[in-house]
Design a protein around this ligand. Structure first.
Ligand SMILES: NC(=O)c1ccc[n+]([C@@H]2O[C@H](COP(=O)([O-])OP(=O)(O)OC[C@H]3O[C@@H](n4cnc5c(N)ncnc54)[C@H](O)[C@@H]3O)[C@@H](O)[C@H]2O)c1
Length: 388
C-alpha cells in the first residue's frame, strides 16, 4: 500500500467485492453518473466501484471538503473531477452546474444540491439517483412529485442509522475527544444533548470509558428511553452545572449559549457532533460580557477565560468534533463501506430498472438493506452469520 487512500480502499471489503462483481455485470455500461459528495479517501472507493461497473464518472465535491490528493488520485484513474476545494458558494454552484451540464443518467447527491440544480434546469433522460443525507431529503421531499424519478435516501436505511449515526459517530466523537484533549474520561461527568441515533452512540461510547454520563433530551419519550438505558436525565440547568464535558448532538441551533456560561464548571469542555456549527452558539459565548478573553491553544482547543477566573474550553470552534480539528478521521471505514455499499446497490437497482418511477425520495428498499447486511456479515463476520 502506497498511500492512505490505498489503505482505505483496501479496508472497504464490501465495495471491493461489489467492484469485482460490477467488473463482470457492467450495470452502468453506457451510462454517466454525476456525483456531488465529499471528495476524500472513503468516497474514492465508492466512485471507483461505480466506474468499474462501466460508468463514466463526473464528480465534484461538497463545499469546503475537497481534498487535493483525492482529486489527483481520481484523475489519474480516469475520473473526470470538476473543481477544487472552495468555501465560495457561487464557485461551488458553478462546479455543480458543470456536472449537470454533462447530463448524467444517474445522480449521487449529498445534501440535495445536484437534484435541486436538475429541477432548476431539467434535461431528458435522467433515470434517478441517490441522496445521502437527512438534510438533502428534507429539501427534496416537498419536490418529490416534480422530480418524477426514483431518488433513494441512504440516511433513511436502518443500516445507516445504527451503523454510522449510532455506532460510528459514538466511537469517532470519543476518539476525537481523547485525541484533542488527551484527558481521561474515568469518573468525569459527561453530558450529551440529544438522544437520537448520534446521541445514543456518543452516550454509550463515553459510558464504556468509565465516565458518568447524563442526557438532556427535549422529547419526553426519547428522554424516557435514555433513562431506561441507564443514563441520568437531570433537568437542563443541573446537568450543565455538573458537567465536565458537554457534547451536543441534536441538529438544533443554540443548544448551549451565552446564557449558560454562569452555570458551567471551571475547566468544562464543550464540543459539538451535530452537522451545523451552530449547536453551540460560539459567537454568543465569545461575545459574552462574562468572557475576559479568548485564548487559542491550537490543535482544536480554544479557551474562554471568564471574568470570575473560570475557564471554559471549546473544541474545534464548535464544528463537528469528529471531522474538524487536527487529523480528522471521521467515522470508521467499515461504517462508510456499509453506507457506500447501499449507494452502489441503489444506483445499480435504478440503472437496471428494479427500482423505477413511483419511488421519488424514499428510503432504501428492504431487499437492498438485506443484501448489504448479508454481504457485510460474510465479508467481516462469517458465512454462517450471513445465512442465519
Ligand atoms: N458528526 C457526524 O459524523 C454526524 C453523522 C451523522 C449525523 N450527524 C448530525 O448529528 C445531528 C444529530 O443526528 P441524529 O441522527 O442523532 O438526529 P435525530 O433527529 O435522530 O436526534 C436528535 C435528537 O435531539 C433532540 N433535540 C433536539 N433539540 C434538542 C435540544 N435543544 N436539547 C436536547 N435535545 C434536543 C431531538 O428530540 C432528537 O431526539 C444532526 O445534525 C446530524 O446531521 C453528525
Amino acid at each position: 500500500m502506497t498511500s492512505r487512500i490505498d489503505w482505505v480502499r483496501h479496508s472497504c471489503r464490501l465495495l471491493a467485492g461489489i467492484a469485482e462483481e460490477f467488473g463482470t455485470t457492467q450495470p452502468f455500461a453506457g451510462l454517466t453518473i454525476g456525483t456531488g459528495i465529499h471528495l476524500e479517501p472513503k468516497t474514492v472507493a465508492l466512485i471507483l466501484t461505480l466506474a468499474s461497473g462501466g460508468a463514466r464518472m463526473i464528480s465534484t465535491g461538497n463545499l469546503s471538503s475537497t481534498q487535493a490528493d483525492t482529486v489527483s488520485y481520481l484523475r489519474r484513474r480516469g475520473v473526470q473531477v470538476v473543481g477544487e476545494s472552495t468555501t465560495d458558494r457561487a464557485r461551488h454552484a458553478g462546479y455543480l452546474g458543470e456536472v449537470l451540464g454533462e447530463k448524467p443518467d444517474l445522480l449521487l447527491d449529498n445534501g440535495g444540491d445536484l437534484f435541486m440544480g436538475y429541477l432548476g434546469n431539467p434535461y431528458p433522460g435522467l433515470l434517478g439517483g441517490t441522496e445521502e443525507t437527512t438534510s438533502g431529503r428534507m429539501r427534496l421531499q416537498p419536490l418529490a412529485l416534480t422530480l418524477d424519478v426514483p431518488v433513494l435516501v441512504i440516511n433513511d436505511s436502518p443500516i445507516k442509522q445504527f451503523a454510522e449515526n449510532r455506532h460510528a459517530v459514538g466511537q469517532s466523537v470519543l476518539e476525537s475527544y481523547l485525541r484533542i484533549t488527551n484527558r481521561m474520561t474515568n469518573g468525569r461527568r459527561v453530558l450529551v444533548f440529544g438522544y437520537g441515533a448520534c446521541g445514543r452512540g456518543i452516550a454509550a461510547a463515553f459510558r464504556s470509558t468509565y465516565a458518568t454520563v447524563s442526557v438532556v433530551e427535549t422529547d419526553p419519550v426519547t428522554r424516557l428511553e435514555a433513562y431506561l438505558d441507564g443514563f441520568a436525565v437531570p433537568d437542563r440547568e443541573d446537568a450543565l452545572r455538573q458537567a465536565d464535558v458537554i457534547v451536543t448532538a441534536t441538529g438544533a441551533a443554540g443548544v448551549v449559549g451565552g446564557i449558560d456560561l454562569g452555570l458551567l464548571k471551571d475547566d468544562a469542555v464543550l464540543c459539538n457532533a451535530g452537522h451545523f456549527p451552530t449547536e453551540i452558539a460560539v459567537e454568543e459565548l465569545t461575545g459574552s460580557a462574562e468572557v475576559a478573553d479568548l485564548q487559542e491553544a491550537g490543535q482544536g482547543i480554544s479557551t474562554l477565560n471568564l471574568t470570575d477566573g473560570r475557564r471554559v474550553h471549546l473544541l474545534t470552534g464548535g464544528h463537528m468534533v469528529n471531522l474538524a480539528g487536527p487529523r480528522p478521521l471521521g467515522n470508521s471505514i467499515e461504517s462508510m463501506d456499509l453506507g457506500f455499499a447501499l449507494q452502489a446497490r441503489c444506483l445499480e437497482a435504478i440503472a437496471n430498472g428494479t427500482v423505477s418511477g413511483g419511488n421519488q425520495v424514499v428510503a432504501v428498499p428492504r431487499f437492498i438493506d438485506e443484501m448489504v447486511a448479508r454481504a457485510f456479515l460474510r465479508a467481516y463476520g462469517s458465512p454462517a452469520q450471513a445465512a442465519g
